[in-house]
Design a protein around this ligand. Structure first.
Ligand code: C5P
Length: 237
C-alpha cells in the first residue's frame, strides 16, 4: 500500500488517497480544536495517542460484531481504513448529562440518563452542526430509512460494548459521537473514537479525562488522554 495525494484536511486528521481506490490513510495530527475551530492548539503526542487509542477501540468493536472502517495501524500517527461514502450526520448517545444537553435543556450536569438519549446532528461547520431529526434526514435525503435504523442500532450496540470496557477501566462513558458511511452498501462505523469525541470521567472522582479539559481550559489534556489509554491497556510506546 502506497500513501498518495492529500484528499481532505479536517480539524484533527488529514485523509490521504492510496494506490487502492477503496482504501485511505487517516493521519492523526496534534491539532486540537474546539468551538467550531475557534480555539486551536498543538498538543504534543496527541496524534499518536488518538491513532493508537482509536485502533484499540475499533478492534474491540469489530470483535463485538460492529463493522468499522479500520484495517491496520500503519505507524504512530497513521491508520489504513476503508474508503466510506460518509453520511453527513453525527450520532450522539448520552449516558449522563453534559455539554450541549445541559445548555439546551437545563439538566444538571452528571445526571444519569435512563434510558440513554440519542440525537442526530448535521455535519455542517458553517451552521454549527445543528440538531436534526429523522424527518429532516428523510426529506433532505441524507440517508434512507434503513440506514437511519442501522445507524441507531449500531450506535447503541457501541454503547453496550464501550460502557462495559470503560467501566472495567474505572471510567464512565458519559457521551460520544459516531459517524457512519457506506461501503459496498453496508453501514460501517467511520471517523474515530478517541477522547476528542467522547466524554470520559473517572468513576470515583468524576474527574474529566477528555477534550472538555481543553474546551474548559482545565490543563493536562494529553496527560488525561494518556491516563485513559493506560487504564485500558492501549500500548503507546
Ligand atoms: O457538545 P455535545 O454535548 O453535544 O457533544 C456530545 C458528544 O459528542 C461529546 O462527547 C463531544 O465530544 C462529541 N462531539 C464531537 N464532535 C462534534 C460534536 C460533539 O465529537 N462535532
Amino acid at each position: 500500500m502506497e500513501k498518495r495525494a492529500e484528499l481532505y484536511r479536517g480539524k484533527a486528521k488529514t485523509v490521504f488517497a492510496t494506490d487502492d481506490a477503496q482504501r485511505l490513510v487517516l493521519h492523526f495530527r496534534n491539532d486540537t480544536s474546539a468551538f467550531d475551530g475557534e480555539k486551536i492548539e498543538q498538543l504534543d503526542r496527541k496524534g499518536m495517542i488518538n491513532n493508537k487509542f482509536n485502533h484499540f477501540i475499533m478492534s474491540r468493536l469489530e470483535a463485538a460484531g460492529v463493522p468499522t472502517q479500520v484495517e491496520a495501524l500503519l505507524s504512530d500517527t497513521d491508520s489504513l481504513v476503508k474508503k466510506l461514502d460518509m453520511i453527513p450526520v453525527e450520532c450522539v448517545v448520552r449516558n449522563r448529562a453534559a455539554g450541549s444537553l445541559v445548555r439546551r435543556l437545563g439538566i444538571e450536569e452528571g445526571k444519569e440518563l435512563v434510558p440513554p438519549t440519542f440525537e442526530f446532528f448535521l455535519k455542517n461547520d458553517a451552521l454549527h452542526d445543528p440538531m436534526v431529526n429523522e424527518s429532516h434526514i428523510r426529506t433532505f435525503g441524507w440517508a434512507d430509512d434503513a440506514t437511519v435504523e442501522k445507524m441507531k442500532e449500531l450506535t447503541f450496540r457501541v454503547n453496550e460494548v464501550l460502557k462495559k470496557l470503560f467501566d472495567e477501566a474505572g471510567l464512565i462513558l458519559v457521551d460520544y459521537k459516531l459517524e457512519f458511511g457506506l461501503f459496498d452498501g453496508d453501514v460501517v462505523l467511520g471517523d474515530e473514537i478517541t477522547p476528542d469525541g467522547c466524554r470520559l470521567w473517572d468513576k470515583e472522582t468524576l474527574k474529566k479525562l477528555d477534550k472538555d479539559r481543553f474546551r474548559q481550559g482545565l490543563g493536562n489534556v494529553v496527560e488525561a488522554y494518556e491516563e485513559v489509554a493506560s487504564r485500558l491497556g492501549v500500548k503507546l510506546d
